[in-house]
Design a binder for this molecule. Structure first.
Ligand code: ATP
Ligand code: MG
Length: 416
């Protein structure tokens, strides 16, 4: 029979690496809690209009990366979420979560983008996202940078660079945009097809090109920073001042524009020197207009997302981050009808607070002990027909080799 395989670009996370995900996620939850964030869980599928309206019609994601489909049962137009901000803001508006209060929220989960799969870029991937709503900034923008900085420190990650920029407001961007179009029209022959396509729809994105042949023309293009009003400039300066005072190093990258339409003022990316071309591990910024744009009250917002797969790749070469899962006890059984007794013993030992792996089936003495050794358990409990009759268990200390026969009713095992 023909085998059915996973969908291209969508990966299984198997037991030999899933424990790393679990341990990393536990660390991340502690870190988020320590900064006062609470968890929000929204659906993976949303109304397609939500993403078009929030991410923007002329973005890579909406133009060519979304998994959109029609529900064949009722004709609803749906999309697998390509990112988490839109759904979070939809939920915030729907449940009135900003009524007389602010919100600090995080989520983690699968995102879907129909991209060309390669290392660090998949069609199903995971993001950890943080959204901080109702706070004007720039103090909170600085806390967000501080917290990511802190995480990378806790995880011993080096060789990762913080890049920042200020995107100003819509009005400021529209003046810049006009000059940008005029400038690029002059250099139209230097633009690649993607840039030509973007010229009138989203020229700002041309600045973000990864095509090195265009770097020169892009570097000399009008800079958005020169179009910012005093208000935006002062916001930017205050943000940088907080970062300086917190001792955080950053690089100002005037070409940093981010791929989604909803950003304004502060934007930032953490770029790794270890990940080749898929080098952005975390990215985010301020998106004050989005809540109103999705039908909520006008409010402030800033957030970021970490690409989990890229974070795990970054951690691959760092010692001491993960611990291989260990079990305390192995239960070996031999002979007729000892299996039910073994289940009871295992249950009792778990009640005493130990983790237990039990033998199932008629395996040889040798293979059961091999298994126990491979698991690295502290104790193996051995149950044979004699133990079944006497209601006892042989407790073997795997380190010292010492054995002891213990009554089932008074079964106790030392922690050490
Ligand atoms: P890139 O420039 O790499 O395409 P992006 O600007 O599209 O990134 P964002 O939308 O800002 O990415 O998403 C935040 C983070 O999610 C990225 O910095 C990256 O770590 C991760 N990410 C985005 N797309 C993918 C993908 N297809 N596969 C794996 N991780 C991804
Ligand atoms: Mg992308």
């Amino acid at each position: 029979m023909e085998k059915i395989l996973a969908v291209k670009g969508m990966n299984d996370i198997l037991p030999d690496s899933s424990y790393k995900w679990l341990q990393l996620e536990a660390k991340l939850r502690d870190w988020l809690h320590s900064y006062g964030y609470s968890n929000i869980r929204t659906p993976i599928v949303e109304d397609t209009r939500l993403f078009k309206r929030s991410i923007g019609e002329v973005t890579d994601i909406v133009e060519k990366e979304m998994y959109s489909f029609e529900d064949c049962l009722n004709g609803d137009k749906l999309t697998l979420r390509p990112e988490g901000t839109a759904g979070t803001i939809r939920a915030v508006i729907e449940h009135n979560l900003l009524y007389n209060t602010t919100q600090k929220m995080w989520y983690i989960g699968q995102m879907f983008r129909h991209e060309r799969p390669q290392k660090g870029r998949y069609r199903q991937f995971h993001q950890l996202g943080v959204e901080c709503l109702g706070i004007k900034g720039p103090d909170i923008d600085a806390e967000i940078i501080l917290m990511i900085n802190d995480l990378f420190k806790q995880l011993n990650i080096n060789g990762i660079e913080l890049q920042i920029n200020c995107l100003g407001s819509k009005d400021e961007r529209s003046h810049h945009r006009q000059d940008l179009i005029k400038y690029f029209e002059k250099y139209i022959d230097c633009l690649d097809d993607d840039a030509k396509r973007r010229l009138y729809s989203n020229p700002l994105r041309i600045l973000d090109t990864k095509n090195s042949k265009m770097f020169e023309v892009v570097n000399n293009a009008p800079k958005l920073i020169d179009y910012l009003t005093i208000e935006s400039r002062s916001y930017y300066t205050r943000w940088k001042d907080y970062l300086d005072q917190l001792g955080i190093q950053y690089i100002e990258n005037h070409r940093l524009v981010r791929g989604l339409d909803y950003y304004n003022l502060s934007v930032f990316e953490w770029v790794s020197s270890n990940l080749g071309s898929q080098s952005t591990v975390a990215a985010g910024g301020r998106y004050d207009g989005l809540i109103a744009q999705l039908g909520g009250v006008d409010s402030y917002a800033v957030g970021f997302a970490i690409g989990m797969e890229r974070l795990l790749l970054e951690l691959e070469h760092i010692e001491g981050i993960y611990e291989k899962p260990k079990y305390d006890i192995y239960i070996a059984n031999f002979g007729d009808k000892t299996d039910i007794y073994a289940l009871k013993v295992a249950y009792k030992v778990r009640e005493l607070g130990f983790s237990v792996v039990q033998n199932f089936g008629n395996n040889s003495f040798k293979s059961q002990f091999k298994k126990a050794n491979n698991l690295g358990v502290k104790y193996t409990l051995v149950i044979g027909e004699e133990e079944l009759i006497n209601n006892t268990v042989i407790v073997k200390n795997m380190q010292s080799g010492a054995q002891e026969i213990v009554k089932f009713d008074s079964l106790k095992i030392d922690r050490e």
